[in-house]
Design a protein around this ligand. Structure first.
Ligand code: SF4
Ligand code: SF4
Length: 200
């Protein structure tokens, strides 16, 4: 899912400086799971905006803000949405742009989109994929060197690892050691030894 982080309140307020009335649009998917668009976050945002002179016409959560069909279904006939000077979207950038595409309104992001994350548990996400468009996982034991190697090496290792840890960040396992161990376990070390991947 898309991992998001809330923008500072001051930045949001600055972005909304031209708007008096605001429609707060939450996202019921990734942003909600990151606790950036849940009931409490939406209520806190509404309260903050009202304390700073904005009139919040409505706070409404779209099932998935990145789905233009759901945005159209849920928002376009909503009078509060139509009447608001601006929409504040508690969603990733894809959600902001889905809303912007289906209406002619000013849409302001309340969140920063960080990365595509793998969920370990709520609040703990792993960056395992950089959405490169050319997946090599079939050759690397299901472990992404483009994302998980600090140097993004597709023909690793670099030789700097110590006790299986990365020379750039000793708190992290060297991705290429993980790849080696995995391929060895699967009897597929020939892939490790013989393959050459063209650097992206
Ligand atoms: S190679 Fe890595 S970054 Fe590219 S699609 Fe596969 S997992 Fe994602
Ligand atoms: S030690 Fe391993 S993970 Fe770190 S940069 Fe070198 S190959 Fe990549």
């Amino acid at each position: 899912m898309i991992i998001t982080k809330k923008k500072p309140n001051e930045e949001i307020l600055e972005s909304l400086s031209g708007a008096h009335t605001v429609f707060v649009a939450g996202c019921g998917s990734c942003a909600l799971k990151c606790a950036n668009s849940d009931e409490k976050s939406v209520a806190l945002m509404k309260e903050f905006l009202e304390q700073n002179g904005k009139k919040v016409l409505q706070a409404f959560t779209v099932e998935s803000a990145c789905d233009m069909r759901l945005v159209k279904r849920d928002l376009l006939k909503n009078e509060n949405f139509k009447n608001a000077d601006a929409v504040l979207a508690l969603s990733c950038g894809a959600g902001v742009q889905a809303i912007e595409t289906v209406c002619a309104k000013e849409v302001i992001p309340a969140l920063n989109s960080s990365y595509v994350g793998t969920t370990e548990r709520i609040g703990v996400y792993k960056k395992f994929c950089s959405v490169c468009g050319s997946c090599v996982l079939a050759l690397t034991g299901g472990i992404c060197p483009k994302t998980r190697c600090a140097k993004g090496l597709v023909n690793g290792p670099c030789g700097g690892f110590v006790n299986g840890k990365c020379e750039i960040d000793a708190d992290k396992d060297c991705a290429w050691v993980l790849i080696y161990e995995k391929l060895k376990k699967n009897g597929a070390l020939d892939k490790f030894v013989n393959q050459y991947l063209k650097p992206a």
